[in-house]
Design a protein around this ligand. Structure first.
Ligand code: ZN
Ligand code: ZN
Length: 301
């Protein structure tokens, strides 16, 4: 059965109803403990070199900093939550509203090495991952039914990942989840009242007070939000007013790679290797508003 996007009538939240997700392999069932030593190449892992026949299709690859072989490889998700065929036209079922499960669901394999943790990667390697995010983001946002692109990375079983090999995911949909729409509306109200961008103002106060700042360079300020919603939540925010991840310039990109490496290592050490979720939530409807990236450890245990 193909997926469908359904609206919760009571909350207006859109929910992806994807039966195929239940068929995902659960590598962690096999690897009983995350602390167990993983091999550099796993013959049963679909993301490891040599197992390309298990991949549905390879969309793009980028070489590593040494230029020798691929470091990142983007593939279609074998068990997609949404698919590019179809459309985003809504239909009714009695009281309820739904639409076909239109969108894209891709996997970004971040390294050919099965046991290479992102916390062990050099900033140049992380830079290649950010470059891959950016290229795919620009590409998929140019396709006109796409309203929202979500890039996320789960690290560890507690964060919900099913395969141990380092990877991120991209989900593109023809709808905007209500929690993102709500943030945009709040930013719009703030602008209507003050004529200013709420994220620029938050950034200004954080940079002035310096009580929650973790790291900074010319391009990004990294801080714990004043009202963090979960332990170890971190925002990585462009210092320049920037509405969309696609606006990131080439000059800004390599430096952005410096951030997650050090940060992930710090957070992992502080929280004794938590499950991590890294979200890039952006869409063009933000217009002139700044969209932060959030680094959200999902679990501290
Ligand atoms: Zn692997
Ligand atoms: Zn701004």
């Amino acid at each position: 059965m193909t997926s469908e996007i359904r609206q919760n009538k009571a909350t207006k939240q859109w929910v992806i109803f994807a039966p195929s997700q239940g068929k995902r392999p659960l590598d962690f069932k096999r690897q009983e403990s995350e602390n167990q030593r993983l091999p550099a190449i796993d013959k049963d892992c679909p993301f490891c070199p040599g197992n390309e026949k298990s991949l549905p299709s390879i969309i793009m690859e980028l070489p590593g900093p040494e230029g020798s072989q691929w470091q990142t490889r983007v593939v279609s998700n074998k068990f997609p939550a949404v698919t590019p065929d179809g459309n985003n036209v809504r239909y009714r079922r009695g009281l309820y509203l739904a639409m076909p499960g239109y969108g894209r669901h891709e996997v970004i394999i971040e390294s050919p090495v099965h046991n290479r943790r992102i916390t062990q990667m050099t900033s140049n390697e992380v830079g290649v991952i950010i470059e891959t995010y950016h290229r795919r983001y620009v590409n998929v946002m140019n396709q006109n039914r796409n309203l929202m692109t979500l890039i996320f990375r789960n690290h560890g079983r507690q964060a919900g990942t099913s395969l141990a090999h380092p990877h991120s995911q991209i989900i593109v949909t023809g709808m905007v989840p209500s929690y993102i729409r709500w943030r945009e509306e709040r930013a719009q109200y703030y602008f209507d009242e003050s004529g200013r961008c709420v994220y620029c103002d938050i950034l200004e106060q954080e940079a002035r007070e310096r009580q929650r700042v973790i790291a900074e360079n010319e391009t990004f300020l990294t801080f714990v939000p004043f009202a963090a919603e979960v332990p170890f939540e971190i925002w990585i925010m462009p210092t320049k007013h920037q509405a969309c991840f696609s606006d990131l310039s080439d000059q800004e990109k390599p430096r952005s790679g410096h951030y997650p490496t050090g940060l992930l290592g710090t957070v992992a050490a502080q929280a004794q290797r938590p499950g991590l979720q890294l979200h890039h939530q952006h869409r063009r409807a933000l217009q002139g508003r700044r969209a932060p990236s959030a680094l959200v450890p999902s679990d501290q245990t």
